[in-house]
Design a protein around this ligand. Structure first.
Ligand code: NDP
Ligand code: MG
Length: 379
């Protein structure tokens, strides 16, 4: 039996993780965490009977505790609650699927407690990869990628030697604005940016996909997961989202992982690795698939990707600045406080004004996050 802690259980990855649990008799949920959606968490408690639950928002947590008084579950709140869910002694594996840097501390504490990590929460690795990856080694835990591109790369690397990798080819759909010019994005609305052509995901990552900031975060995520430097990570536009990423080896061989766009595959594989299991769902139909095309990213229209490479290469606290500025800017865009082109503009400004810290501690990362937020609010 695999005992799962599901952090972000009400989200896109969280709910699909629970579908995977439904499909695998040897998986059991022992803890659940979410931000505020207590209606859904209540249903999840009644179905999965976890030992402990965290609702980050204290008032909502208290209301939920009243509602589920008939269930044998502890309802906690705040960061302490989130960490309690990530470290509950019965859990073998933590599905890290909250959105944003809020996931850093729970992931670190989970590793310290010897939990394996099924890893979706990319913002955590982008900002604290230099702390997390050495801990994965030190505590001998297994960290398996859920992000579809990284899950693809992980599969392409099965049985291969690290020293024989020549390039990682990270694919991107290009999002809803692929092919547009910069001027055409001046007046993009929230609704337009939320319309992703191939994947159905949470709001923040959907906006990030439209700006290509998501791909930038994934470049940094790949750097940490696969220990490959930025000169050897290339982004390739693959509009049909059939090839989920590729690896080129020193002899010129390129391995690709293909499939229909369904996050349940990487989620399940992250939980059952090295085993593959049956997964109901659509299959690629090569008699109907008439083309697989490729393109180059357009740096003029999508400056967010270049900024990510820049932040990643500078390293230290710069990826935190990139990520925190983006988190804040996306939240403001979703609240209709800023325009669409302001997102990369705000990231660029935040990076320009930041004095880099070379090897930031966890506290320094969180301080930089708070500073970046405060400065953007004041602008
Ligand atoms: P969603 O917005 O759909 O879900 C986010 C989840 O995090 C919700 O359960 C939410 O709870 C919870 N949450 C938010 N804030 C807090 C908090 N302070 N404390 C506890 N829980 C909190 O996001 P996604 O599922 O789309 O994405 C999750 C992560 O996975 C992101 O890092 C994303 O980049 C990554 N990812 C997602 C993919 C996808 O297909 N969706 C693909 C690859 C990576 P509530 O509902 O109560 O607000
Ligand atoms: Mg991805």
């Amino acid at each position: 039996m695999r005992h799962l802690a599901v952090l972000g259980s009400t989200g896109s990855i969280g709910t699909q993780t629970l579908e995977v649990v439904d499909n695998n008799r040897d998986m059991k949920v022992v803890s659940l965490a979410a931000g505020s959606n207590i209606d859904l968490v209540e249903k999840q408690i009644r179905k999965y009977h976890p030992e402990v639950v965290c609702i980050f928002n204290e008032q909502k947590a208290r209301e939920l505790a009243r509602r589920v008084a008939d269930e044998n579950v502890s309802v906690l709140y705040g960061m302490d609650g989130l960490i309690a869910c990530a470290t509950v002694s019965s859990a073998d594996v933590v599905v890290a699927a909250v959105v944003g840097m809020i996931g850093i501390r729970p992931v670190i504490e989970a590793i310290r407690n010897g939990k394996d990590i099924a890893f979706a929460n990319k913002e955590t690795l982008v900002t604290a990869g230099h702390i997390i990856m050495p801990m994965v080694q030190r505590y001998q835990v297994l960290l398996t990628p859920v992000d579809s591109e990284h899950a693809a790369i992980f599969q392409c690397l099965n049985g291969e030697h690290h020293g024989e990798i020549s390039r990682i080819l990270l694919t991107a759909s290009g999002g809803p604005f692929r092919g547009r010019k910069k001027e055409e994005l001046e007046h993009v609305t929230v609704e337009e940016a939320l319309r992703h052509p191939n994947w159905s995901m949470g709001k923040k990552i959907t906006i990030d996909s439209s700006t290509m900031v998501n791909k930038g975060l994934e470049v940094m995520e790949a750097r940490w997961l696969f220990d490959v430097d930025y000169d050897h990570i290339q982004v390739v536009i693959q509009p049909q989202s059939v090839i989920h990423s590729m690896v080129e080896f020193v002899d010129g061989a390129v391995m690709a992982q293909m499939g229909t766009p369904d996050m349940k595959l990487p989620i399940q594989y992250a939980l059952t690795y090295p085993q593959r299991r049956n997964l109901p769902g659509e299959r690629l139909d090569f008699s109907r698939l008439t083309e697989i095309t490729f393109d180059k990213p357009d740096p003029e229209t999508f400056p967010g990707l270049q900024l990510a490479y820049q932040a990643g290469r500078e390293g230290g606290s710069m990826p935190t600045v990139f990520n925190a500025a983006n988190e804040k800017a996306v939240a403001m865009f979703l609240n209709r406080q800023i325009g669409y082109p302001d997102i990369p503009r705000i990231i660029g400004e935040a990076m320009e004004t930041h004095e880099k810290i070379s090897n930031p501690t966890l506290d320094e990362i969180l301080e930089v996050e708070a500073e970046v937020y405060a400065r953007i609010e004041k602008r």
